[in-house]
Design a protein around this ligand. Structure first.
Ligand code: PAF
Length: 510
């Protein structure tokens, strides 16, 4: 495709009509650095859409005239960087193009006060209104499918997500983690203004935040005063340092697994921001739903794509059922059962095909636990109080440090009620029976006719939903996805988008 530079708003419309493709949009104010390069190359690698980078220094978002005048302008280099890293087109409009003086349709937008009055908004009056106004204008002109933004400006990212939601814009926001320079400071166009000494100070500030993140992982708490004290020994002028909920920007609560430690300091004329996400444990996704809803296939793919551990709790109940049959254990005798459970170990191990094998007392039962014989008793076994107590404890042990996606029937309600994302996956009985049937055909196991399968599924649903302990119910805060008519990949992508909305990319970095 021929690479183009577009300068007029009218040209944008023509270009859009001709490209015959969806658009990835990367808005910038120029003076591109490796953070922008990462945005452009991520967009390039994400899909086969056309990539458009805009370069526009938006006067509305500067609360200080001098800052606007001094903003670094490096347009020739920006064009080179954009094209060599995956941009197909660059939009470089003038002020008059973006804000035509007599166009009454272009209105000044107001950023939501709850988000814009915190952190940077306290001091930079009108800044986020300006950001919303320009991004809304650009989105209306470009009509992209995806909008790529950096997490470095986390507050801006939250405000723009809110804008997209409120204005019901049909664009997906994709974010990338803050990119840091060799010395740990976040890449920013304003870094060029820093003197050697100022750079030393911001390096100290960033390293204190990164240190606080490390300590938090161990101690699960933070002492803001201590950090402020350390910063003051270097005479660093702090504008704010706050520990907040990452999405509401209200004070962090004790129960928040992920929280935001964000600060701004002033070095000479330059104001710099940095933040880290504090995590008690790595994120957890809980996927619940009835038999045959596609949980296993979807959960496995999500685990692979997000590099999370895959916890198949159903396999644990099946493995236990297998053992009960194999060793003719009378599971109705409670006392005896408790004693037996004490000596049972269930572990998952990756095999050479990168699949997961399940072992019970060192015996690999991956294949055997999928038999109809096991299917017919697993619901009964999993309704026994002692069994559930034992396995829930084992599952929580596996999930202690997070970093997993678990599937089952009580993950979001009982096992991990504090999971970052809870999904309730479901489908019609007809669809679920059809899926089970094709599953059986592909595995060449004994075939059951479709009507019998439907009856079995109904029976299993009834048993799962009506058992006394941990029945199959949707957690209040779970998102229900009805999968009839959707491909597996569509469901997986939807869940990954939801995960990315809840969990900052930076939080995934160990
Ligand atoms: O983050 C930025 O560079 C700017 O705020 C943006 C999003 C390009 C709007 O001018």
């Amino acid at each position: 495709m021929k690479k183009v530079i577009i300068r007029k708003t009218e040209e944008i419309e023509n270009w859009r009509r001709n490209i015959n493709s969806e658009i990835n949009f990367i808005p910038t104010m120029g003076n591109l650095h490796n953070g922008h390069v990462k945005l452009i190359s991520t967009a390039k690698n994400d899909n086969s859409n056309v990539n458009l980078v805009s370069i526009f220094i938006n006067p509305l978002q500067f609360d200080n005239k001098l800052d606007l005048e001094n903003y670094p302008k490096t347009i020739d280099n920006d064009i080179k960087i954009s094209f060599s890293n995956g941009a197909d087109a660059i939009f470089i409009p003038s002020n008059e193009d973006i804000y035509p003086p007599n166009n009454k349709n272009i209105k000044l937008l107001k950023a939501p006060i709850e988000l814009s009055s915190a952190l940077c908004g306290l001091d930079r009056i009108g800044h986020f209104d300006g950001v919303c106004t320009v991004v809304y204008r650009l989105l209306n002109l470009i009509k992209p499918k995806n909008l790529y933004l950096g997490e470095k400006d986390w507050q801006q990212l939250l405000i723009l997500k809110n804008l997209v939601l409120k204005k019901k814009l049909n664009v997906a926001i994709k974010s990338i983690a803050t990119q840091r320079d060799f010395d740990g400071i976040p890449l920013s166009s304003r870094n060029v203004h820093l003197s050697k000494n100022e750079r030393k100070l911001i390096r100290f500030f960033s390293s204190e935040l990164l240190e606080a993140k490390k300590n938090f992982q161990k101690e699960k708490k933070i002492n803001l005063n201590e950090i402020i004290k350390k910063l003051s020994t270097k005479k660093i002028s702090i504008e704010y340092l706050e520990h907040l909920h990452p999405h509401t920007l209200k004070k962090a609560r004790l129960e928040d697994n992920i929280s935001l430690l964000a600060g701004a300091i002033r070095c000479g004329e330059t104001r710099l921001i940095d933040h880290v996400f504090l995590m008690k444990r790595r994120p957890i996704i809980a996927i619940d739903g009835p038999a045959g809803s596609g949980k296993s296939t979807v959960t496995k793919l999500i685990a692979r794509k997000l590099k999370l551990l895959y916890l198949d709790t159903g396999a644990m109940y099946r493995a236990l059922s297998w053992l009960m049959i194999k060793e003719s254990i009378d599971y109705k005798k409670e006392k005896k059962l408790e004693d037996i459970l004490k000596d049972i170990s269930i572990v998952f191990k990756s095999n050479i095909n990168s699949h997961q094998d399940v072992f019970i007392n060192n015996y690999c039962v991956t294949e055997e636990i999928r038999s109809q014989e096991i299917s017919s008793i697993v619901s009964k076994i999993s309704s026994i109080k002692e069994v559930r107590k034992f396995l829930v404890k084992e599952q929580r042990k596996i999930g202690e440090s997070g970093g997993l996606v678990a599937e089952g029937r009580d993950i979001g309600t009982t096992v991990f009620p504090d999971a970052e994302l809870k999904i309730f996956l479901t489908a019609s009985i007809d669809e679920r029976a059809k899926r089970r049937k094709s599953d059986e055909q592909s595995k060449e196991i004994q075939e059951i006719d479709l009507d019998t399968l439907k009856e079995l599924i109904k029976k299993r649903d009834f048993e799962d939903s009506n058992r006394e302990i941990s029945p199959l119910i949707k957690a209040n805060d779970a998102i229900e996805i009805f999968t009839d008519g959707y491909s597996i990949n569509e469901v997986v992508d939807k869940i990954i988008d939801l995960y990315n909305e809840k969990v900052p990319k930076e939080a995934e970095i160990k």
